[in-house]
Design a protein around this ligand. Structure first.
Ligand SMILES: [Zn+2]
Length: 187
């Protein structure tokens, strides 16, 4: 099956036509113009945890409707994406996932992309790759988000799995986090 950039690339031509007139138009506007903007929102969440800056937001209808930042010191499964999914359910109920896009500062780990699959989140966008995280000294399970999604393809066929969005910014943020953890950073 084909996962990846087709949803993003396929939408560019329709951008700007009647934005927000329909959920579909709103989604096309997000796809064509919003990835960097919404990744900046995820980065803002990540900056709340300078040593582990895993931030996530969930966008629906062109608006940020849920937010989360890593809280694994409190609960080991509270990765940024899980916290954002919990926040979404609290605010919006367990519905509307097919209209949702999750933006996260780093490629979802197998737990988090599995949570996206169980929820049915159609679009997942991230900055730093799992390999990039590993280069900053963070332990990672060696399965890509795309591999996990493909393994779930009997029930999960996301429209978009897109990495590398604002990765220059997120990679620098994770390098700064490593420096902080190793006592080399400021703030
Ligand atoms: Zn995770």
């Amino acid at each position: 099956m084909s996962l990846g950039r087709r949803g993003f690339l396929g939408s560019i031509g329709a951008a700007g036509l009647a934005p927000y007139a329909t959920p579909d138009a709103a989604r096309k506007r997000e796809d064509a113009h919003g990835h960097a903007r919404f990744m900046e929102e995820a980065i803002a969440e990540g900056r709340k945890k300078p040593r582990y800056p895993f931030g996530a937001v969930i966008v629906s209808g062109g608006d940020v409707v849920a937010r989360g930042v890593n809280d694994s010191g409190h609960d080991p499964v509270y990765h940024g994406e899980i916290v954002a999914i919990d926040d979404y359910v609290r605010r919006n109920g367990n519905r509307g996932w097919s209209e949702a896009t999750l933006y996260t500062t780093a490629e979802p780990c197998p737990m988090c992309i599995s949570a996206c699959a169980w929820a049915g989140i159609e679009r997942v966008v991230w900055g730093t790759s799992i390999e990039g995280l590993r280069r900053t000294g963070l332990d990672q399970i060696d399965l890509s988000a795309t591999e996990v999604a493909e393994a779930a393809s009997s029930f999960y066929s996301p429209q978009l799995l897109l990495g590398g969005v604002l990765a220059g910014v997120t990679d620098a943020m994770f390098r700064d986090a490593q420096a902080l953890r190793e006592g080399r950073g400021s703030s």
